[in-house]
Design a protein around this ligand. Structure first.
Ligand SMILES: NC(=O)c1ccc[n+]([C@@H]2O[C@H](COP(=O)([O-])OP(=O)(O)OC[C@H]3O[C@@H](n4cnc5c(N)ncnc54)[C@H](OP(=O)(O)O)[C@@H]3O)[C@@H](O)[C@H]2O)c1
Length: 248
């Protein structure tokens, strides 16, 4: 079944027919080994937001792939900044996508993992309070949780004074959460890049010149460039490009 605005493959082998969900699922897939996949949407001129939010960059094809990537992962990692700013709600998946997960031996929902140094988090936020699976907050040894937070999340403490992302990711793997999807934001991507933890970037490019002002998909301290070869290029009929870059 094809949903909404058609998406076709441009590269490596062009498809004339729109891609159905099964083909898209196979194109993104799950890996045999642990993998950290990052998903972002950007404007043509590199803006990560329009009017402060990612919503102005995202249309139906991006949302379709966004949901599909959630279906494919074990852990959904998001930085506290993005969780707070975008007002993350509880992870929801359609009945079809939950059925796909069950058929593939996965839990009905991925586990939300929030990365925070400060633990300035609201336990009443729907992402925590209504979560279908108890979320994990990845933080460091000295962080003090606000009242009520540990009623709704498990704290995973890695690092002293700052979150140790390498140790945190290793602990997720140890818990069986090997297919990790990170939805940002820019400071977390910057830190993951610096630690050379990014195996894959799925980037939607919206056909929009946002103009100056907004940040990029990455932020924070400078780090060494990392090469990520192109794996596929999809295009939707509304002019959106969807790129998948991944390590060999
Ligand atoms: N276009 C897109 O696809 C997309 C995707 C995601 C976000 N965004 C946009 O990005 C903006 C939010 O960006 P942001 O600058 O707030 O960056 P961010 O990376 O979302 O959040 C930064 C915060 O996350 C936590 N964090 C991040 N990296 C960490 C690390 N290495 N160790 C420990 N904690 C870490 C810290 O939280 P504490 O302060 O709690 O310590 C830090 O203050 C929003 O405008 C959002 O709309 C766009």
């Amino acid at each position: 079944m094809t949903v909404g605005i058609p998406i076709r493959r441009l590269w490596p082998e062009p498809s004339t027919e729109p891609l159905d969900d099964a083909t898209l699922t196979a194109l993104y897939g799950r890996a045999d080994q642990p993998r950290l996949r990052v998903n972002f949407v950007s404007s043509l001129d590199g803006a990560v937001t329009v009017d402060g939010y990612s919503a102005g960059l995202s249309g139906a094809p991006d949302k379709r792939v966004f949901g599909l990537l959630r279906m494919l992962c074990d852990a959904l990692v998001v930085a506290a900044g993005t969780l707070r700013h975008e007002g993350y709600r509880a992870v929801r998946l359609s009945e079809n996508r939950r059925a796909w997960r069950r058929a593939n031996g996965l839990a009905a929902y991925p586990t939300l993992v929030v990365v925070s140094d400060s633990l300035d988090l609201d336990p009443a936020q729907a992402a925590f309070a209504d979560a279908p699976v108890r979320p994990i907050v990845l933080t460091h040894s000295g962080a003090e949780p606000p009242p009520g937070l540990t009623d709704v999340v498990d704290l995973l403490r890695c690092g002293t004074g700052r979150v140790d992302l390498v140790a945190g990711l290793a602990e997720l793997h140890r818990r069986g959460l090997t297919q990790v999807l990170c939805e940002g934001g820019p400071h977390l991507l910057g830190a993951l890049t610096a630690a050379d933890l990014v195996d894959e970037l799925c980037l939607t490019v919206a056909p929009l010149l946002a103009g100056p002002g907004a940040g990029r998909i990455t932020a924070g301290d400078a780090s060494a460039p990392r090469h990520l070869p192109l794996r596929h290029v999809l295009a939707a009929d509304d002019g959106v490009l969807m790129l998948r870059h991944a390590r060999p």
